[in-house]
Design a protein around this ligand. Sequence first.
Ligand code: TYM
Length: 339
Amino acid sequence: MSEQNTQQEQKKIIFSGIQPTGTFTLGNYIGAVSHWGKLQDDYNCIYSIVDMHAITVRQDPAELRKHTLEAYALILACGIDPKKSIAFIQSHNRHHAEMNWILSCSTQFGELSRMTQFKDKSQKHPDDINAGLFTYPVLMAGDILLYKADLVPVGVDQKQHLELARNVAQRFNQRYGELFTVPDAYIPKVGAKVMSLADPTKKMSKSDENQNGCIYILDEPDVIIRKFKKAVTDSEACVRYAEGKDGINNLMSIYSVVTGKTNEEIEREFEGKGYGDFKIAVGEAVADHLKPVREEYKRLIADKAYLKECYTAGAEAAMRISAKTIAKAYRKVGFVDMK
Ligand code: TYM
């Protein structure tokens, strides 16, 4: 085996996914996707557009297809290099559905009932509390365990799902003998929960009723700056990071991530200045930071043949890995081998 191959084998494995439910928000980007590209040299990275998760809430099929391709182009535009990482569309690899069933039988009804995202989403969609919405965390556990991922880069809102994946992995290993790696969350120190600009006590989310609260990474610069200008803050008019200053804390975290400045540096930079100046500075810094992503996205989305080449190769590479895990899982639970 060549030295390069040995190094490749020794690297830890990373898995993460994102739903193709429209353009990514600044929260998706800062909390998760912006880190994915940076990890590619030090880890064996596998990233997926999780379209199977998306259908747990009702989707227009044509829109879902369009959004899935857009999301794929977007992760590449955010720095995922399909030559360094495996980047694929979840439904292209049937092992995810197969693993979902195996793991469902090692997951308790009670533990799924405790998932806060299930409670939130069933409140938001009371007319469609489907079984997929309930068992969604099992599908997610399978995504991670199929590739024996060591680390899972996600925002804080996915922590509970990751805990469940760990419990399911441990339970299966105890029942049937060692198979799965028990994964750890990889949560950024700053920006793991970007808050809505309109209500900084709530997470920034696509489903925010007030769209001024949510920045999309493909928003034009003037739109980004306008939304930041309207950001809800407090009445103190002093740029400092402190308890109770949710709006300013959120803006400082965002500014810190896109400029690399510490909170102390930011406080010094805006000493004696009002919130108006600060909000414009954050808006401009975010717009500048996202410019190359927007440009690269426009180039990629126009090149459907290239995207197809990448996601096909990605799915093939993903399946080569997951085929081994699913075959072992089948054997461990006692299914008869066909060969
Ligand atoms: P999704 O598609 O809702 O979000 C994708 C990633 O973005 C993070 N995120 C945020 N981070 C900081 N602040 C915010 N306001 C914010 N909003 C979203 C999420 O934490 C996530 O990391 N179930 C997952 C997708 C998934 C997955 C997986 C992730 C499916 N299988 C396996 C990791 C591993 C989800 O719905 O993420």
